[in-house]
Design a protein around this ligand. Structure first.
Ligand SMILES: Nc1ncnc2c1ncn2[C@@H]1O[C@H](COP(=O)(O)OP(=O)(O)OP(=O)(O)O)[C@@H](O)[C@H]1O
Ligand SMILES: [Mg+2]
Length: 261
């Protein structure tokens, strides 16, 4: 089974969050009795709010205080949802990369992923050992969480991915493969770090080809210089990566050397 992410704009057809000035999301409706006990609360207003929330009346039928009541409720709900996404990210990010914060490019990419996933090119982060590729990739995943849209993400090193997908008795590797390739935002770290065998090349090809065909946003990192990608990963994989990815090149020294005591 694949985990399909439904764009928030398709989840609440009766409420036009954009018209309310609220980021789209899947929110619980306000309790109309809360309006009654507010300073502007009237039974007529509560009835109008109720009709609007039930999709029986549009926004123009409401008084400004009633619109404001609804807007404030959904704004608070959207901030709560955003905080939940960030907490979920913080519970899953490897401790080493917990401090990684997105730059403007990462933030813009994340926005594009949640508003327009099919038209967002994947990222291929390249650079020598220790230049911060994995750190950068987690900063991008944090940016995805910070949008508050709840897009599902998953992160694997290529080596862990191969270990997880290796056929074993009692495990349905094909089902696991389907779940992994179906993730909304997939991060594969260290592509081409080890020489590919026939089997790892086939798994890598199937994975990248699936993301390529479905135009799903992914993040890849590799130590392999772009000019050697074809040799390291094979023509079919390298060709797709080049077409589907925007390249981020990290330069400089191995940061780990600077950190040594
Ligand atoms: N922008 C940054 N600010 C602060 N620390 C960073 C930054 N980028 C990377 N680091 C730190 O530098 C170290 C190396 O970074 P990272 O593991 O991301 O490198 P890498 O390019 O993925 O290396 P490798 O090729 O070996 O996988 C880590 O401890 C990481 O937390
Ligand atoms: Mg790394």
């Amino acid at each position: 089974m694949t985990t399909q992410w439904t764009p928030p704009s398709q989840r609440h057809r009766s409420i036009d969050f954009t018209a309310l000035g609220v980021p789209p999301g899947r929110y619980v409706h306000p309790d109309v009795t809360d309006f009654l006990v507010s300073p502007a609360g009237t039974q007529d207003g509560a009835n109008r709010i109720h009709a609007y929330l039930a999709g029986q009346a549009d926004l123009t039928t409401l008084q400004p205080a009633e619109v404001d009541f609804i807007r404030q409720h959904f704004l608070a709900a959207s901030e709560e949802q955003r905080q939940r996404c960030i907490t979920h990210f913080e519970n899953r990010v490897p401790r080493r990369y917990a401090a990684a914060r997105p730059n403007q490019i990462a933030t813009a990419w994340a926005q594009s992923v949640v508003t327009n996933p099919d038209d967002t090119r994947s990222l291929l982060i390249v650079g020598p050992t220790g230049t911060g590729k994995t750190h950068y990739a987690y900063s991008v995943l944090r940016a995805v969480a910070e949008t508050g849209h709840g897009a599902k993400w998953a992160a694997y090193t290529a080596a862990d991915l191969y270990a997880q997908l290796r056929p074993r008795t009692g495990r349905d590797s094909e089902a696991e493969f389907e779940t992994i390739v179906g993730t909304s935002v997939l991060f594969i770290d260290d592509l081409g770090a080890a020489k590919l065998t026939e089997w790892t090349e086939e798994v890598t090809y199937r994975l990248i080809n699936h993301r390529y065909e479905q135009c799903k946003p992914s993040i890849f990192t590799s130590n392999v210089p772009p000019s050697q990608l074809r040799d390291a990963l094979g023509e079919r994989i390298a060709s797709r990566l080049v077409e589907m990815c925007e390249r981020v090149t990290l330069k400089g020294d191995d940061r780990r050397k600077g950190m040594a005591a």
